[in-house]
Design a protein around this ligand. Structure first.
Ligand code: C5P
Length: 337
């Protein structure tokens, strides 16, 4: 994402984040509708569009519940671009890990999930560990990410500009962390607590997201720029890559939330970051820093701690209540799944 924002021709315009967010939502809509159409065809051998529309927007679809995460995700996806443009990649990645904690807090609040002390410890350890993993090398040069944006910035104006960028970027990250926790847990609650398949929920989410992405993002915020230099200003192959990655990543997130939960998603993402860094050792000659090794150790230990705090025997003795909502509140049942 960072690379796509700098990989532009010398003095050409930068692409507009709002248009990229809109296109990735559009791509998700197309994918979700294609999956739903395929499911319909398999069931009834004919493509009944009214039945499909009824599944997604009908009186029984409970579609209005998706308005909240749809709005939040559009804001969050735009905030991510704001953060990436104002911070260096490492600071962005490190500070964005705070979403692990906001997600846990919203899970406790909205899903009435109770987390043992050991689980809280493991979550803080995970956040600190993954932040360490992403931290650039402390002493000069050779880190995995650039830690300075440009210039040496000795004069006051430059210092003030940097401070403002830092403040804007970190505020965007803070809001994105709150949104990530709230939207993710809201989606999980609706998905697991009511009927409506994953693909129906995903279709509702992305269709509803199109409205704010277009009206607020593209028209209200960037309308003047779009009118002046066009919708696709500054687009490169990297912009398209980001759009595809955002759409694909979003759909994978929904699968993780369905088959596991939002907290476990935090562990999965952290471990995937470590695995891809290890792969970079072989692929891109990435050398592991001490911070990386310590952080990776903390992440693995946190994962073990979180998993081992489940007490299968006790859980088996105490059968969970049958209500779907209540089943959500049972950590052990979730982990077993
Ligand atoms: O950083 P975080 O894990 O909160 O990011 C979640 C991402 O997944 C967002 O970009 C959101 O738009 C996307 N998503 C999605 N479909 C879902 C749930 C999340 O596209 N059902």
């Amino acid at each position: 994402m960072k690379y796509s924002t700098v990989a532009v021709s010398a003095d050409g315009p930068r692409y507009l984040a709002s248009t990229a967010v809109l296109l990735s939502e559009l791509l998700k809509v197309v994918i979700c509708l294609a999956v739903l159409a395929r499911q319909r065809l398999r069931q009834s051998r004919s493509l009944d569009m009214t039945a499909m529309a009824r599944d997604v927007f009908g009186a029984e679809s409970d579609c209005l519940k998706m308005l909240v995460p749809a709005g939040l995700y559009v804001v969050q996806n735009n905030l991510q671009f704001v953060a990436v443009r104002n911070l260096d990649p490492a600071t962005f990645q490190v500070s964005y890990q705070f979403k692990i904690i906001t997600t846990a807090l919203f899970s406790v609040w909205l899903l009435s999930r109770s987390l043992s002390q050991q689980k809280w410890v493991s979550l803080f350890l995970l956040t600190a560990g993954i932040a360490l993993v992403q931290m650039p090398r402390s002493s000069g040069g050779g880190g995995t990410a650039h830690t300075r944006q440009d210039g040496n910035g000795d004069d006051d104006e430059e210092v003030a500009r940097r401070a403002l960028m830092q403040l804007t970027g970190l505020s965007a990250v803070a809001l994105a962390c709150v949104s990530s926790g709230l939207a993710g847990v809201w989606f999980e609650k609706v998905l697991k607590g009511s009927k409506g398949s994953l693909w129906v929920r995903n279709a509702q989410l992305s269709l509803f997201s199109l409205v704010p992405a277009l009206l607020v993002g593209v028209i209200l915020v960037d309308g003047a720029k779009v009118a002046k230099l066009g919708f696709f200003q500054g687009y490169t192959v990297w912009t398209w890559a980001v759009i595809v990655l955002q759409a694909g990543g979003g759909l994978i997130v929904s699968l993780v939330v369905k088959y596991a939960d939002n907290i476990i998603k935090g562990f999965a993402t952290s471990i995937s970051i470590i695995l891809s860094s290890v792969a970079s050792v072989y692929l891109f000659n990435f050398s592991m820093s001490r911070n990386f090794v310590i952080g990776a150790g903390m992440v693995l230990f946190a994962t073990h701690l979180y998993g081992s705090s489940a007490k299968p025997a006790a859980a088996a003795e105490k059968k969970p209540p049958v209500e779907p909502h209540e089943r959500l509140s049972n950590d052990d049942a979730d982990e077993k799944k």
